[in-house]
Write a protein that binds this ligand. Structure first.
Ligand code: NAD
Length: 259
């Protein structure tokens, strides 16, 4: 029980990495606020958690809206008494997978920046304020991407993830004296989450495995990254076992950025 007694907010927990992490956090003893734009999906995650005997609440949240992010953190305080872990996990892909840099309109840039960087900025800001109020530290985990570490494609998406990477390092250094840790997961290609569909790639059932194996083959380990791979790393980084780990950008990419 690595997260016994901890109270977490996980954004984007209606799907993919967020849902897998919410389920794993509860297995490790945490209580979770499932915050997502997709309110029904967040409720479904809560249903799965309660079915497994855990405790969670769903909160409809748009991470690009300041009041929504503050309210998600407040929900942890109201329901569970305090906040221990803020997992800023939401990210949206480029509007159409395969877009070039110049294909992006200014509106595309603004949306990507508001959700992918703005959402993490707000999550970090309000979590640090809450942790300072509580006075005994806390943990922030952000979801970056290999696209924020190396040139990958999805140029504007990658730039927003680069911003997440840099914010993670800078905030980690600033708040370390307050015993607040800040790290980021940087996943490689995860074809089984809702991300490709969000990027407009709706695949028929029989093609999903084919595309997943093709995506996996770009990683030296030769297999796709899964939401569960990320959830395992998230549990560790948010636990006290990682008490001296901060400012780390952890690739979960089967060796992609090491190449
Ligand atoms: N899937 C990949 O290949 C991949 C690779 C690297 C990094 N990532 C990152 O991993 C994270 C999780 O992605 P995933 O693959 O689980 O995707 P997903 O699409 O399965 O989940 C994303 C969730 O975020 C929610 N969401 C979208 N916009 C929101 C908003 N404005 N406010 C609140 N919630 C919002 C969606 O409803 C969804 O539940 C993202 O940050 C993504 O950028 C994904």
């Amino acid at each position: 029980m690595l997260l016994e007694g901890k109270n977490a907010v996980i954004t984007g927990s209606a799907s993919g990495v967020g849902r897998a992490s919410a389920l794993r956090f509860v297995e490790e003893g945490a209580r979770v606020v499932c915050a997502d734009l997709d309110a029904d999906g967040a409720k479904e995650t809560v249903r799965q958690i309660e079915e497994a005997g855990g405790t969670a609440v769903a909160v409809a949240t748009d991470v690009s809206k300041e009041g929504d992010v503050a309210a998600a953190i407040q929900a942890a305080v109201e329901h569970f008494g305090r906040l221990d872990i803020m997992f800023n996990n939401v990210g949206i892909p480029t509007p159409r997978l395969g877009m070039t840099f110049t294909d992006h309109s200014f509106a595309d840039y603004q949306k990507l920046a508001a959700v992918n960087f703005g959402g993490v900025f707000l999550g970090c800001k309000y979590a640090v304020e809450q942790f300072k109020k509580q006075g005994d530290g806390g943990v922030i985990l952000n979801t970056g991407s290999v696209a924020g570490l190396v040139g990958w494609g999805g140029t504007v998406y990658g730039a927003t993830k680069g911003a997440v990477v840099q914010l993670t390092r800078a905030v980690a250094v600033e708040v370390a004296p307050e015993n607040i840790r800040v790290n980021a997961l940087c996943p490689g290609a995860m074809p089984y989450t809702g991300f490709m569909a969000a990027g407009g790639l709706q695949l028929p059932e029989d093609q999903i495995e084919q595309v997943a194996q093709a995506a996996g083959s770009i990683h030296p380990m030769g297999r796709p990254v899964t939401a569960e791979d990320c959830a395992e790393a998230a549990v560790f980084l948010c636990s006290d076992r990682a008490k001296n780990i901060t400012g780390v950008l952890l690739p979960i990419d089967g060796g992609y950025v090491a190449k």
